[in-house]
Ligand binder design. Sequence first.
Ligand code: C2E
Ligand code: CA
Ligand code: CA
Ligand code: CA
Length: 276
Amino acid sequence: AKEAGRARFEIFVPRLGDRRRRRVAIEQALRGALSRSEMHLHWQPRVDVSRWEVVGAEVLLRWQHPELGRINPDEFIGIAEDAGLIAEIGLWVLQRACAHAVQMPPHLLVSVNVSPAQLQREDFAALALRAIERSGLPPQRLELEVTESLFMDETSAQALANLHALRNVGVRIALDDFGTGYSSLAYLRRFPFDTLKIDRAFVRELMTRHDARAIVRTILELAKTLGMETIAEGVEEPAQLDVLREAGCGSIQGFMVARPMPRGDFLRLMKNWTTP
Ligand code: C2E
Ligand code: CA
Ligand code: CA
Ligand code: CA
């Protein structure tokens, strides 16, 4: 067993090395990615379940590097956080999102992902407020999506202070990826979130697993009791929508409606939207 362990270790080392090299390459490429205009935003519609209207969109960051190609945010966001680059990138996302949202129909809500590393900074609320003011977007039209990992460490007091400051001027705060962490329920008592966003992991299993269905029903009921709005992400099939509708889910987002797309396509989608 010892030998086998060593053999496996020797095979594993070069792969780890490759991963590390890629990380370093990505980190280097990230520096200056904004100034070289390699990043842009995609918009994914959010649809109200009962009225079947586009009520908002989530803004998702895209990065196309000339040599490395397209890199997924799931890969580069974490590297940007570790390299201390997320504050600059995140602020850029917020500025662009607000500037573009102002030009969209006035009922539209724009949702922007905010990383815990951004929230922990003392100046986050002030920088975000300035970006919102400069854009002219009414703060009520902006929703920040945060994950429960913001509660994880000793800097959570700063993160919560930032969130309170923004919420006090009308910015909406959503708890993203709900249900995927360890004690999601406890966190609901620590901040008055406006919206609960049910993670794709539950939606994916909605048709195949009784427990996933029970959990989603319970989350939706709880949100209703607490006066929170709800959105389910990753809805790909009408059958999933049916279950969510029956369970009282407020809005959905997913490939069933549309994939994240460039702003021009999103504007066209809204223009051609028809309610059944
Ligand atoms: P997230 O916040 O959970 O975003 C939802 C992800 O699910 C997006 O992946 C979206 O493209 C994908 N998605 C939406 N509908 C469907 C569906 O029906 N089926 C499937 N299979 N996937 C669907 P994406 O764009 O690759 O982003 C991944 C993650 O990267 C996001 O997860 C978010 O955590 C992070 N991210 C993206 N943009 C930003 C950003 O501007 N700032 C920060 N801090 N994080 C970001
Ligand atoms: Ca999100
Ligand atoms: Ca998610
Ligand atoms: Ca996420």
